[in-house]
Design a protein around this ligand. Structure first.
Ligand SMILES: Cc1cc2nc3c(=O)[nH]c(=O)nc-3n(C[C@H](O)[C@H](O)[C@H](O)COP(=O)(O)OP(=O)(O)OC[C@H]3O[C@@H](n4cnc5c(N)ncnc54)[C@H](O)[C@@H]3O)c2cc1C
Length: 418
């Protein structure tokens, strides 16, 4: 597809024609995903030079809708597609894009995000994991924490300090770290809801090839902001439904892959507070007028939040990069989750604390109550989102910072690593 942008009808016709010639529900998943990737229809909003069609987000959605209505399996879900790929497309070298993007589209590689450290979450730029150059490699030592999916990841998006004499935002480099090596140790953590999706990751002289730097040396902060902006704009897209696929070998293998992936994220719907369950609960317990008010409030807020997500999508369709609207969406999501959990808790009473198959909704209410706090923390806390909205959208004065302009070496920190 070249020249002027095609019409939606042209996109639909082209996808339909391509699927008619190539979709075979009995193909092995990897073979199918390879064909889809090479055709440009796996992620048609990507540039034409990099396995896409260069379509606007709106036209890409037309293409995806057509693929879905055909019952054809699409690209995988997860951090590789949602975070690593857009960061590579925006900041990666031709060599990195050439080596890594196709394997992301085929689902061969899972990725994790190695940003947060024990002493540095909100203050991410204060990180102290270090990388030192040694010939054709970088040698990495330090620790990350809260790393979702690190156990199964082939690569990590790693932020490490490479210049201790520069101010804190300017001495960080963004690396692609191969996870399967002796210098990387992954230890799972158990959460209060009983799941174990996070890990601690320890680096003891782990090795990164020199070519695996994303963007410029010491300018990793720019690429990190791209990853974070995509993370905040994610909403529920991690949980894309896998139904509607035409039955056959490809769908069976894709379902198995999705089931494996969703083991890490099994509690994510509960983390969102399950507003979808409120009406069922209300009927079950014959909700009082006050409880009905709580429910109406959550549902109204949820609807407004969805319109805001649509607004953000339109902005992307118009070619604008993700911005503070991601922070607004994230804040709305955690607020709705808390209000929904409160409504569930009010209706369930003490029974809402019970877990197991004989409890209310198989223990889902209890899981909501202990999972909802995660939404206000993951991807940047509510307080940090409010600062972003205040500074970047409302033009309020920036939060004062005592340490942004001095060499990092002189910054007082409670972290180890130097
Ligand atoms: C479900 C989940 C998944 C996650 N997955 C990953 C992952 O895959 N990879 C990864 O790298 N990290 C991940 N994280 C970590 C997450 O990004 C951090 O937990 C988050 O950024 C907060 O950092 P912190 O935990 O160090 O809290 P802190 O930064 O120590 O914050 C503690 C409290 O202080 C407040 N605070 C801190 N600074 C300010 C300020 N300047 N102004 C106002 N208030 C402030 C915070 O809002 C918070 O209430 C995940 C977290 C969760 C909950």
């Amino acid at each position: 597809m070249s020249g002027a942008a095609p019409s939606p009808a042209e996109v639909t016709a082209e996808v339909r024609g391509w699927l008619g010639a190539n979709w075979d529900p009995e193909r092995p998943l990897l073979e199918w995903r390879g064909l889809l990737a090479d055709s440009g229809w796996a992620s048609p909003q990507w540039p034409a030079d990099w396995l896409g069609k260069g379509l606007s987000a709106e036209l890409a959605r037309v293409a995806t809708d057509e693929r879905q209505s055909h019952g054809a399996v699409g690209p995988p879900i997860g951090s590789a597609m949602n975070l690593a790929a857009p960061t590579l497309l925006a900041h990666g070298s031709a060599d990195l894009k050439g080596r890594l993007l196709r394997r992301i589209l085929t689902g061969e590689d899972h990725w994790c995000q190695l940003f947060s450290e024990p002493g540095n979450g909100s203050d991410l730029a204060g990180l102290t994991t270090r990388a030192d150059r040694d010939g054709d490699e970088w040698v990495v030592s330090g620790q990350k924490v809260w790393t979702t999916g690190a156990k199964t990841a082939a690569f990590g998006m790693l932020l490490a300090r490479t210049d201790w004499d520069a101010p804190k935002h300017r001495g960080i480099t963004y690396f692609i770290l191969p996870m399967d090596q002796p210098g990387v140790e992954v230890r799972p953590l158990r959460q209060m809801n009983g799941h174990a999706s996070f890990n601690e990751v320890f680096f003891t002289e782990a090795r990164v090839p020199a070519d695996n730097v994303v963007g410029e040396l010491n300018d990793g902060w720019s690429a990190a902001l791209t990853t974070l902006a995509h993370e905040r704009g994610l909403g529920g897209s991690r949980l894309v439904a896998s139904d509607g696929w035409q039955k056959g070998r490809t769908a069976t293998e894709a379902m198995a892959e999705a089931a494996e992936h969703s083991r890490t994220y099994a509690w994510y719907p509960q983390r969102a507070g399950r507003p979808d369950l409120l009406a069922t609960m209300a009927r079950q317990v014959d909700a009082s007028p006050v409880e009905r008010q709580l429910i109406a409030d959550v549902i109204a807020r949820n609807r407004v939040a969805n319109w805001n997500v649509e607004r953000a999508r339109s902005a992307r369709a118009a070619g604008r990069a993700p911005g503070p609207e991601g922070s607004v969406a994230k804040l709305a999501g955690s607020d709705i989750a808390r209000r929904s959990a409160h409504a569930h808790g009010t209706m369930a009473g003490a029974a809402g604390m019970l877990t197991g198959p004989t409890s209310m909704h198989d223990g889902v209410i209890a899981e909501i109550l202990v999972s909802v706090p995660a939404g206000s923390i993951a991807g940047g806390t509510d307080e940090i989102q409010r600062s972003i909205v205040g500074e970047r959208s409302l033009g309020l004065p920036r939060e004062p910072s005592a340490d942004s302009h001095v060499p990092f070496r002189e910054v007082r920190t409670n972290s180890t690593g130097r």
